[in-house]
Design a protein around this ligand. Structure first.
Ligand code: CLF
Ligand code: SF4
Length: 475
């Protein structure tokens, strides 16, 4: 009996691993190798969030930044074929705004139907506030959408907390306000999540961390989603500025900073798998999670081409070959990094002494330390002890240190110093003398010795090299 049970569990596990293997959001390991594209086909929304202004992207899945181009389902699928033929690591199409995917069911499901026909190798993914999941569960199953994100910011049944976040909700022809709106939304979100889990769809729950509003509530959310069988929980720090024109921005609610984010993440380690590599993408994002290639592909390049022409460009066989090569490379990396990887390790297991350090890394792709400090707009931050490492988060800066030939001679490092202020080591492919001195002034050790090496094992080696741990074990 126990034997068949274990067998069933192993099969289930295998099935899940297959689903997440090349999904850059559901698998942290996949995100350095596989790309996603968001198609902005969903303009409307059925609720109002106080952190959203749809002149900007949906905060469910995006950082503030205008969606450059809205598309019809036909244009969206043409874009996927066009991009997928050029960016062969593309593995997922997501609908993440600028409104809510399920408040625009016609466009959403028409897009998925066309994708099934013309790009059957690509994964389908959508993001929603959860209000309409129950209503569209049959369509979700029909189009084999294996990954769904639900944004859930509170599980307070009284609706008091929700009323601070949602001024209104429009459901089944009626507009609800205040606490009643929050209660209707929560009821539908929980029903929706339950249905999705029951139907073996991998659910990711996103929660926007809103300072002084739901920072303590997120612990309850993490417990609830764990209890409900949600696959992964993603805390997204609020990005809030008055110029975004959101209610919170205008009311002076601040963005959630790194310290608060790390504190809440730590508190939410309640057994649910935490997503730590989210980049809060635009509703029209293209590329690896750490890069944004949305401005490389213009509508005029694909809109007038036929589906057949674009399907030939997409070249499903070539794409398969590329994905096979990526898998071979991932095997090599996995073997190299094996000793350092303890993704699920608790903090004390990272270190024999309890002491850990924060290490920042610049990486362009492929799991390697292969980006120059000057060009980096993103730093991957790891926590490391002498025994293992853990990925904590990625941190972005608005401007890189070096602005290229056009900005020659103008170097600004203040933002980077602020973003890295709590880090102990920076591992980068190359760094000049001036920025090195700047980082040295805030006690960050810069090390180029691991240029082009696999990230994880290098982080472990570097922390052992630069810090002595009392009961240091042999490397
Ligand atoms: Fe897009 Fe979202 Fe699908 Fe990913 S994004 S719809 S699950 S394919 Fe990913 Fe972007 Fe974070 Fe979203 S990094 S914002 S979690
Ligand atoms: Fe904006 Fe998304 Fe909220 Fe709708 S669900 S109001 S689009 S953040």
């Amino acid at each position: 009996m126990s034997c068949s049970c274990t067998h069933e569990q192993a099969k289930l596990q295998e099935n899940i691993l297959k689903k997440i293997n090349n999904h850059p959001c559901y698998s942290q390991n996949a995100h350095q190798h596989y790309a996603r594209i968001h198609v902005a086909i969903a303009p409307a929304c059925n609720i109002q969030c106080n952190y959203c202004n749809r002149k900007y992207d949906c905060s469910n899945e995006s950082r503030p930044g205008v969606t450059s181009c809205r598309l019809t389902p036909q244009e969206a699928v043409k874009k996927v074929l066009y991009v997928g033929g050029s960016v062969k690591q593309l593995s997922v199409v997501g609908i993440a705004g600028p409104g809510d995917a399920l408040a625009n069911p016609k466009q959403t499901f028409e897009t998925f139907a066309l994708l099934q026909k013309y790009a059957p190798d690509i994964k389908l993914c959508l993001s929603t506030n959860g209000l309409n999941i129950e209503k569209y569960i049959d369509e979700i199953l029909k189009y084999n959408i294996e990954h769904i994100t639900v944004t859930l910011n509170s599980v307070d049944e009284s609706g008091k907390m929700g009323a601070k976040i949602y001024p209104w909700v429009y459901y089944e022809g009626k507009r609800y306000k205040g606490e009643e709106a929050a209660r209707v939304l929560l009821r539908q979100q929980l029903r929706g999540i339950e249905l999705l889990v029951k139907n073996d769809i991998l659910v990711k729950v996103n929660s926007v961390l809103i300072p002084d509003v739901n920072e303590e509530e997120l612990l309850r959310v993490s417990k609830k989603v764990k209890e409900m069988g949600v696959f992964i929980f993603n805390i997204m720090p609020l990005i809030s500025k008055p110029e975004h024109g959101t209610r919170f921005g205008l009311d002076g609610v601040k963005s959630a900073d790194h310290r608060l984010f790390m504190k809440v993440q730590e508190a939410c380690e309640t057994g649910v798998k935490l997503m730590r590599h989210c980049r809060q993408c635009r509703a029209d994002a293209v590329g690896l999670l750490g890069e944004d290639r949305s401005d490389e592909f213009f509508k005029k390049e694909f809109a007038d081409k036929s589906f057949e022409e674009l399907q030939a460009h997409y070249n499903i066989n070539k794409r398969r070959e590329t994905h096979e090569k990526i898998e071979k490379w991932r095997d090599v990396l996995r073997a190299a990094n094996e000793r350092a990887l303890r993704a699920e390790a608790q903090k004390y297991e990272l270190s024999s002494t309890g002491e850990t350090k924060l290490i920042a890394v610049t990486s362009a792709s492929n799991g390697l330390i292969n980006d120059h400090f000057g060009s980096a707009k993103e730093f991957l931050v790891y926590e490391a002890g002498d025994k293992a490492i853990k990925f904590i988060m990625s941190r972005r800066v608005e401007t890189s240190y070096c602005k290229g030939p056009a900005g020659c001679g103008t170097y600004v490092i203040d933002e980077i110093k602020k973003v890295l202020s709590d880090c102990d080591i920076l591992l980068t492919q190359k760094i000049g003398e001036c920025p090195r001195k700047e980082l040295d002034s805030i006690k960050i050790i810069c090390d180029e010795d691991y240029a082009n090496e696999p990230i994880e094992i290098s982080v472990l080696k570097a922390v052992r090299k630069h810090f002595s741990f009392e009961k240091l074990q042999a490397c």
